[in-house]
Design a protein. Structure first.
Length: 364
């Protein structure tokens, strides 16, 4: 079939969401339309090394522990180096792997995948790719910048403070006092650049706050501390380019203190409810805010926008995810499924959007 598009799937990567990304890639590989696409898997190890397609296939074919165990243990690509280490990565295999592709679907969540760095490489290579561009990805990743852009666009965000990781005990105590004065408790402490709730804590005392700042500072030099918002967690998916559409609205119900890593991937009691049971008019408000959030970062292709729906009926935008969870059971595909777009069709639609966007880009 000479007309098939060579679709590169880049997955794995250096971030804490490496394992999730591998599981996602396996689903996309199994589901994508083979009449339309020749699938070219490109695995990135935890150390950042790119594996050529043949090596990637060999690694994926190795027997792996079941889904949930894998999320806390090792991915088939984990062997080549320690997680999180920002070592030198030889980019030549990456350049080789990209040669001959027609379009790329980046499935790497978090740092070095969802943050504009991978998108930058693909821009330099002149390849169309699924999802947001460089700036939108970077804005979506950095919770401090994201909030600034959202606020500027008039979107409701939680009251928050941005700070540099304090250097030493005294600076830590001063930072904790300052946050306490400006926000009070309970509060959420987050690395500005993170993912899957790693490094995030909910705190209710100065001692917890100081500990949480130290914890978050392990993930990033920049931290965001927010006033806790009491509300239901509802999510809306956005699909499209300039003409983007908002999906039905879903709700996450977890049984933990907040929606942490455990609740996201391991706690069987966490429920994904599609569609969310919301009063008349609220779905439209969520959809409108989701599209405005997508426009605020100048999004493309896809995003998922997460909200708190408060008892008084108000909505607070928590965040936008530019490479949202993408297994068939994840919120983003389920929301489109509820609109009649199945998983395979969704993949095709995203690739078509990537091709359309690439055509529109300026040539100079
Ligand atoms: N201000 C807040 N008030 C109440 N709960 C919060 C607040 N901020 C975060 N949370 C809780 O923590 C969870 C994770 O926070 P957040 O969505 O900001 O980061 P993340 O999910 O790790 O980021 P990413 O989606 O980029 O991986 C939320 O789903 C929510 O349960
Ligand atoms: Mg989140």
């Amino acid at each position: 079939m000479p007309d098939r598009l060579r679709l590169g799937l880049i997955f794995g990567g250096r971030s804490v969401e490496h394992e999730v990304s591998v599981v996602t890639a396996e689903h996309v590989l199994a589901a994508a339309d083979r009449d339309r696409f020749e699938l070219v898997p490109i695995g990135v190890t935890k150390a950042g090394a790119w594996l050529l397609p043949e090596e990637t296939k060999r690694q994926l074919a190795k027997p792996a522990p079941p889904f949930q165990k894998r999320l806390v243990s090792r991915s088939p690509l984990a062997e080549s180096g320690p997680a999180g280490e920002v070592g030198r990565a030889d980019l030549r295999p990456a350049i080789d792997a990209l040669a001959g592709l027609d379009v790329v679907f980046p499935l790497v969540h978090g740092t070095y995948g969802e943050d504009g760095t991978l998108q930058g490489l693909l821009e330099l290579a002149g390849l169309p790719y699924v999802g947001c561009g460089v700036a939108a990805s970077a804005l979506g990743m950095d919770k401090a910048l994201m909030k600034a852009v959202f606020r500027d666009a008039g979107l409701p965000v939680a009251e928050h403070v941005v700070l540099r990781a304090p250097d030493g005990e005294r600076a830590l105590l001063a930072a904790a006092r300052d946050v306490e004065r400006r926000l009070g408790y309970p509060a959420f402490v987050k690395p500005a650049n993170g993912g899957s709730s790693v490094g995030i804590s909910k705190v209710s005392s100065r001692e917890e706050l100081a500990g949480a700042i130290v914890e978050a500072a392990r993930c990033d030099r920049k931290l965001v501390i927010e006033k806790a918002v009491a509300g239901r967690e509802v999510e809306c998916a956005v699909l499209g380019n300039a003409d983007a559409e908002a999906s039905p609205v879903g709700e996450i119900r977890h049984r933990r203190e907040f929606y942490d890593y455990e609740a996201k991937y391991l706690d069987a009691r966490t429920e994904v409810i599609v569609p969310a049971d919301l009063p008349a008019g609220t779905v439209e408000r969520v959809q409108d805010l989701a599209l405005r959030a997508f426009c605020a970062i100048d999004g493309a292709g896809m995003s998922r926008v997460d909200f708190f729906y408060c008892p008084d009926g108000s909505l607070v935008v928590d965040e936008i995810n530019t490479i949202p969870g993408f297994t068939p059971g994840s919120m983003f595909p389920r929301l489109w499924q509820a609109r009649g777009v199945n998983y395979a069709q969704l993949i095709t639609r995203l690739v078509d959007l990537a091709l359309a966007r690439h055509k529109e880009r300026p040539v100079v």
